[in-house]
Design a protein. Sequence first.
Length: 384
Amino acid sequence: MVKTANIFFVNIMRIESIKIAGFRNLEAERIDFFPQMNIFSGKNAQGKSNLLEAIYLCSGGFSPRTHRESELIGFQTSTAKITTEFVSNLRGHFNVDIEMSINRDISSRVKKKLLVNKAERNFSDIAGLVPVVLFWISDLDIVRESPSRRRSFLDVELSMMSRTYNWTLKQYNKTLEQRNKLLKQLRDSGTFSAELLGSFDIQLVQYGTKIIEIREKFLSELNFYLSDVYKGLTIGCEELTLLYLPNVSVDGDLADSYQTRLFEHQMVDYQRGVTSVGPHRDDFYLAVDGRDIRTYGSQGEGRTVALSLRVAEFKMLEKSFGETPILLLDDVMSELDNSRRQGLLNYLSPMAQVIVTTTNVDAIGVQDSPNVKHFTVDNGIISD
């Protein structure tokens, strides 16, 4: 059992409890969370990451791990159900009770249902309702892998924060798919039509311009926090910076520049059968003291940079919402040395409610603290 700490919370979002049935390998009648740090330990493949996924799913309306919702349902059942109770001090100790069910019928079709405080809602409606920041072990890919991984980071985080971005991105992707389909049809038929392509260009500029503007603002604000966060985590003085690399220049009139580039690339797109201009080709990179971390730096440094990105996002959301988000950390200790581990814990523990998974609770070194509650996860069963 955890000792009771004397804590006064101001403007902190937290999760009080969760009930899980049939979600991946998890079956939990009720888990009551501690207001500060919660550590879930166990061997690999026991369900620790599934718990964080369930929390994230109820805060954002989608899984950060898969687009196939049938994968969220356990093998021995046709229904997964998650019930969460969040509390917002900013909103006068306001409870946000979210109940989510995912059903698979005999023809393998999946149907979802979402209740917010017992009222049925669309999944897109809960964007920004419960601020949560999640660090996966795979976040190192954001730093080192292809531009598509970094665009995915932008799309997931911004879709969770903004209904406008979520809707605009869907419209953009739909228009992009239609334009690419037309390009292939024109190429296969040996005909070229600037007029037909131009009709899609107008829509791409409309949606794509908004996406670029939102991304630029988000990354600019993120960059504002990055250096201080990185110094705090590493107890050092190196500068971490982020640079946005939009596919369309943001100097001058963005819409005009975008429209011009689309028109100039129509023949190239026709020959290739794919659209070569737009935010679906965006990128950004992170540098420590001017060194591009994609090329230089150790595994530990790369992981600290990726974690800094998430903590900077946390700080940005805190300012944006006026409320401290919940911080979910999936096995972040595994590849950090002792100094980075202690820097991380000292930096994060006073900030918010933190939910951490680990395979080695002793390595964290805080299990006896009065501000920590420890759980074990074994084959989908969670106990404290």
